[in-house]
Design a protein around this ligand. Structure first.
Ligand SMILES: [Zn+2]
Length: 271
């Protein structure tokens, strides 16, 4: 996933998974000959983000890793809390997690690009990948569902290649790794989790897997891997005509959401 001499940005949220990844890569940096920097996106979720941000800062300090922070407010002009308020007043055409997911992904790439890193490492584990695959598959979005494997190629000048070292590691095992290494994260949940279909799927997967189906998640991952081989070459990247960033269409999803939320905020005078 990495070559000697590369600079790797680790996407940190302050949760156990991302702190474990920071721990792992910081510990292996010298052996692998890589340089590590942590990056964090402050979405602006009151009661949640400030707690996790503090945990991330503390742990990065402990590991002696620089942590670069930018926010939705800084990049898009509004916090997620402001966006959700506007979305709510407009009848929730988009769910908070849908908007947050697109904007966070965009922001992480933007920060990584600004830092001039070679790779962007995220802590997505097997459970995350299986959930994402099923979510996309349920929306008949099979090419998106199967698009990303543990290592993405350089497909656009402005898209930092991603690596996912925990791709094949179940969530439970990452948790055990965190426990064994004394990695702690305050137990606060994002308040918008109640609107998330992923949350429902996660519970269903865990329940079904523990109910005499221990290989369920691995089997779904196997299906995804088979499909990925089929779909990878069909993904074509364009350039967003508004921001110049990679996009599968003429205007990227982040610009679309940014404009939509901004227009709602201006209309409802929520700024
Ligand atoms: Zn754009």
């Amino acid at each position: 996933m990495v070559k000697p001499g590369e600079k790797v940005a680790v996407a940190v949220s302050g949760g156990k998974d991302s702190l474990s990844l920071l721990h792992l890569l910081a510990g292996k940096a010298e052996e692998l000959g890589i340089e590590i920097v942590g990056i964090l996106v402050d979405e602006g979720i009151r009661g949640y983000r400030e707690v996790k941000l503090e945990a991330a800062r503390r742990y990065a300090d402990k590991l002696n890793v620089e942590l670069v922070v930018n926010s939705f407010k800084g990049i898009f002009g509004f916090t997620l809390d402001e966006a959700v308020q506007a979305l709510l007043l407009d009848g929730f055409r988009y769910k908070p997690c849908t908007v947050c997911g697109v904007l966070r992904r965009y922001a992480l790439n933007q920060i990584a690009l600004d830092l001039g890193v070679d790779k962007l490492a995220t802590a997505h584990n097997l459970d995350d990948e299986v959930q994402a695959f099923l979510l996309n598959a349920l929306q008949s979005n099979l090419s998106v569902a199967a698009r990303e494997g543990p290592l993405s190629e350089k497909v656009h000048m402005k898209l930092v290649p991603r690596i996912k070292p925990f791709y094949f590691v179940p969530e439970k095992e990452v948790m055990i790794y965190a426990l064994l290494n004394g990695i702690e994260s305050p137990f606060v949940e994002c308040p918008y989790i109640v609107y998330s279909l992923r949350h429902v799927l996660r519970k269903w997967l865990n329940q079904t897997a523990s109910n005499n189906n221990p290989s369920l998640k691995h089997r779904i991952m196997f299906l995804k891997t088979k499909l990925t081989k089929h779909f990878t070459r069909q993904t074509e990247f364009k350039t967003c005509k508004i921001c110049g960033m990679p996009s599968s269409r003429d205007t990227c999803k982040a610009c679309e959401f940014k404009n939509y939320v901004t227009s709602l905020l201006e209309r409802d005078k929520l700024f």
